[in-house]
Design a protein around this ligand. Structure first.
Ligand code: SF4
Length: 131
C-alpha cells in the first residue's frame, strides 16, 4: 500500500527540516500506548501479563497529547493493549488530528486503521467491550 501524497510531503518536509538543523537522530514514528489492557489474549503477548494495577491504568488525555507534542514525530500510531478500551480515545484522537491531520493511525487488535475520524473512533469506543 502506497503512502498518500500529503503524508509523503509532510514527512519529507519534516525530515528535510531535521537535516537542515544538522540533526542526525530524530523521531519519525511515535507508537503511543495509552493503556496495556486488551480484550484479546494472544499467545506470547507480554502486555496482558501485567498485574491488574498496571492493566487498570490509563494515560490521561493531557499526558497523551503532551507526549505527542514532546516527541514531535510526524507519524503517530495509537496502539495498546486495545486502544478502543480507553474511554477518552476520541479526545486523544481529536487532539492528535488537530496537529497531524494526515499522519495518525489507530492500531486495533493488530489491524491499523489509518486516517480515523473522530466520529469513527467515538463509535468504535462505544461499540467495543469498554472496560
Ligand atoms: S491484540 Fe496485541 S495487546 Fe492484545 S493480546 Fe494480542 S498482542 Fe497482546
Amino acid at each position: 500500500m502506497g503512502i498518500p501524497l500529503t503524508q509523503a510531503l509532510s514527512i519529507g518536509t519534516y525530515v528535510l527540516g531535521q537535516h537542515l538543523r544538522g540533526r542526525k537522530r530524530y523521531p519519525l514514528v511515535l507508537m503511543l500506548e495509552p493503556l496495556f489492557r486488551c480484550n484479546l489474549a494472544c499467545a506470547g503477548c507480554g502486555k496482558i501479563d501485567y498485574p491488574e494495577k498496571i492493566l487498570n491504568q490509563r494515560l490521561s488525555v493531557d499526558d497523551a497529547l503532551g507526549a505527542i507534542d514532546e516527541c514531535g514525530a510526524p507519524v503517530v500510531v495509537l496502539a495498546g493493549g486495545e486502544p478502543l478500551l480507553h474511554k477518552e480515545l476520541p479526545e486523544i484522537v481529536t487532539g492528535a488530528l488537530a496537529k497531524w491531520p494526515d499522519d495518525l493511525a489507530v492500531a486495533v487488535e493488530g489491524e491499523e486503521l489509518t486516517d480515523p475520524s473522530e466520529e469513527d473512533v467515538r463509535r468504535w469506543v462505544l461499540e467495543s467491550d469498554a472496560a
